[in-house]
Write a protein that binds this ligand. Structure first.
Ligand SMILES: [Zn+2]
Length: 695
């Protein structure tokens, strides 16, 4: 089985691209910010903020328009597009994250600079001329039927705006093949892209409870067998086998009853024949019971429906309802016998197609949850799962998060062979599946196949899962999906995992996440190394820091800075006058995330032999108001006094110490600047000094 994600819209993507003239795509930037915008701002307030923050993306004709608001308990996400006269600028997309204290934390910006834009000239063809003559000829040649159209604006590389249409056309013979064509209003074709099947019927439903028999998660995992063991546990072209049917478990499912007939559908998930071959009608039952043997086509319907609903309810229970609130249609017998599954959407509906080549894909919860993961990612950030050019790792990232979710789903109940991703559908005579327990490292193990590349990130998340458990790790990953962007690479995604923990858990799991993501090479920002704790003698200096690796745009600083020659140097020189803990901080300016390390420098007075006379130490720092005066006393002194006189011999202050240590620390903060005569008395020994304090 191979899984395929096809995505409508935005940016340069796979499949046929016909260039009649160059189309401009929005440029990708991200900005961290710590601007205060207010708690729960209105979309209008946010739009106003954006036009000030990104003035080049906004003018009196082209304005930021809000299209989606996602309120979460830990942050709010606002999605915008640039519009001209109410029409979206094709490929513009902006998402802004605002924390619950009202601060902007992140702006994911795919926008056009519009200062120089030329407004559309009147079209040479009227809409009717274009539609009836040109478009109809074009579709006839393509053997396609128009299913939907959307009016947009496009910008060409000469900064000229055009009114345009996105036409969704379906192949006359295969309904799962749909292509989007972007035509300027003057009839010129700018872009085309495969998008898949379209269907927009929605039905009202009445909920009912039914029982069903399913694999959970798959027959090999629950039987603790490997594929083909003792010549059993094999697919055998979807036939019944006692050992396989014995692995079915009884579960409850929520279904819909219509006039005494029960259907596998609810408001959000529906099993349906979507028109892709083979055409097998969805199961229906006259009693609220869906008990079928695995050879029955109904079994795949029940299995896919059950697992999709369990994941959906679980994701909702974690607080991510806005990732599951669009209707999903599932066809469990599709793709003409291919051994693959795919998630497809355009328009407003989402579709899952499961192929039947090899093991029927819908019999394996790993496949169902994986494909459902694409749906979650799509709803969390519409328009974000798009590769940009050949070096992009965005597809690998989506595969990784889907594999992670599927593994987390089955491993939370069964540890047996958990590392086999697609336990039943893969790891057999049909295909090898994927492996979640690997030592892959970024970026060396980035491969041509994005499926292979994905194993770096999914395995890293499973490493985290082993420490934090499924619920916390799932939640951190799901929270990060809102900020996954088009064109993103795996390292940028790892930063978003760190940021998600900040927003959800106040950074509580930073150390664990850091250990595993950085351990895989996935964080561009490494924790700086402040060096090993050490001891110096008073007056000596030393160089701090060891192998501080800094990305080009990083900001680095040390504190406290008072005893450093340069607190922003990678390796500053320190001259501490007392034991000091130095903190080095590396900050990523595009996410505001910081990485820190500390080093303790202990300062000793380094007197070699037992003291038998009274001495004053540290007088120069005392003079500058930067350190204590240190008075060394003979060993076993019973009582010491410090008497301060002014320069004319008048007694000012007396301090008495019983059983003082050999190094008496005198903090002179209460003494005004001046020159003093200090008499030190230790039992019957006495000495007189002149000390000064400049501030
Ligand atoms: Zn996939």
């Amino acid at each position: 089985m191979k899984t395929v994600f096809l995505y409508l819209l935005l940016f340069l993507a796979h499949t046929t691209v016909i260039w009649a003239q160059n189309l401009s795509f929005a440029s990708h930037n991200s900005h961290a910010s710590h601007d205060y915008i207010g708690i729960n701002p209105t979309p209008e307030t946010v739009a106003q903020y954006l036009s000030q923050k990104l003035p080049h993306t906004h003018n009196k004709h082209i304005i930021w328009t809000n299209t989606l608001v996602q309120h979460q308990s830990f942050a709010d996400y606002y999605t915008f597009e640039q519009q001209y006269e109410g029409q979206k600028l094709y490929s513009s997309h902006l998402k802004i994250t605002i924390d619950k204290k009202g601060y902007v934390v992140w702006i994911n910006d795919n926008s056009f600079a519009v200062n120089e834009v030329r407004l559309p000239a009147p079209a040479r063809l009227s809409t009717t001329e274009w539609d009836t003559e040109y478009l109809q000829d074009f579709l006839a040649q393509k053997k396609a039927i128009e299913k939907m159209r959307e009016k947009v604006c496009l910008l060409d590389d000469k900064q000229q705006l055009h009114f345009a249409y996105l036409i969704y056309a379906q192949d006359q013979h295969e309904v799962a093949n749909v292509t989007a064509y972007l035509f300027a209003e003057n009839g010129r074709l700018y872009h085309s892209q495969d998008v898949g099947h379209y269907n927009h019927c929605q039905q009202q439903s009445t909920a009912a409870l039914a029982t069903a028999m399913v694999f959970d998660p798959d027959p090999l995992t629950t039987a603790q067998k490997v594929y083909g063991q003792n010549n059993q546990y094999k697919d055998r072209n979807d036939q019944d086998a006692t050992e396989l049917n014995a692995q079915r478990h009884q579960v409850d499912i929520e279904v819909t009853e219509e006039n005494g007939i029960y259907w596998l559908k609810n408001d959000f998930i529906e099993i349906k024949e979507l028109g892709s071959e083979p055409n097998i009608a969805p199961v229906q039952s006259s009693i609220p019971n869906f008990d079928y043997l695995r050879s029955n086509d109904a079994f795949e319907d029940v299995n896919a429906y059950y697992h999709a609903n369990v994941v959906r309810n679980y994701v909702n229970s974690l607080g991510f309802e806005n990732m599951t609130n669009q209707k999903l249609f599932i066809d469990t017998h599709a793709l003409n016998g291919e051994d693959q599954s795919k998630y497809v959407f355009y328009g407003f509906d989402r579709h899952l197609y499961f192929g039947e080549g090899g093991v029927d894909d819908a019999e394996d919860a790993d496949v169902v949850v994986h494909e459902y993961g694409h749906y979650l990612s799509d709803l969390a950030c519409p328009g974000c799962n798009t590769d940009c050019g050949s070096n992009s790792e965005r597809s690998a990232l989506d595969e990784a998060l889907c594999d992670y979710l599927a593994t987390s789903y089955s491993r939370r109940n069964y540890d047996f062979n958990w590392e086999n991703m697609f336990s039943w559908d893969g790891h057999n005579e049909f295909w090898v599946g994927r492996n979640m327990d690997n030592e892959k490292h970024y970026p060396e193990d980035v491969a041509n196949s994005y499926y292979q590349t994905s194993e770096i990130f999914s395995a890293a998340m499973i490493d985290v899962w082993e420490v934090l458990g499924y619920e916390t790790t799932d939640k951190i990953l799901l929270g990060a999906l809102y900020n996954f962007t088009a064109c993103m690479n795996l390292a940028e995604a790892a930063e978003q995992i760190m940021l998600s923990d900040q927003l959800l858990y106040d950074g509580q799991h930073e150390a664990i996440l850091y250990q595993h993501l950085s351990g895989r090479g996935l964080l561009n920002y490494r924790r700086p190394n402040a060096g090993n704790d050490t001891t110096v003698c008073l007056g000596e200096s030393l160089t701090l820091g060891e192998s501080v690796i800094m990305p080009a745009d990083a900001e680095l600083f040390w504190s406290p800075g008072l005893t450093l020659n340069d607190s922003t140097a990678a390796y500053p020189i320190a001259n501490p006058d007392r034991t000091t803990e130095y903190i080095v901080t590396l900050r990523n300016p595009s996410t505001n995330l910081t990485y820190t390390d500390t080093v303790v420098v202990q300062v000793d007075y380094c007197l070699t032999s037992p003291v038998d006379t009274i001495q004053l130490l540290n007088t120069d720092r005392f003079l500058k108001g930067r350190g204590d005066l240190v008075v060394s006393l003979p060993t076993n002194t019973a009582q010491a006094t410090l008497s301060f006189y002014n320069i004319s011999g008048q007694l000012l202050r007396v301090f008495t110490y019983e059983n003082p240590s050999e190094y008496l620390m005198f903090n002179g903060d209460m003494m005004p600047a001046g020159v003093y005569i200090l008499q030190v008395k230790a039992d019957d020994v006495r000495r007189v000094f002149r000390v000064a304090k400049a501030r």
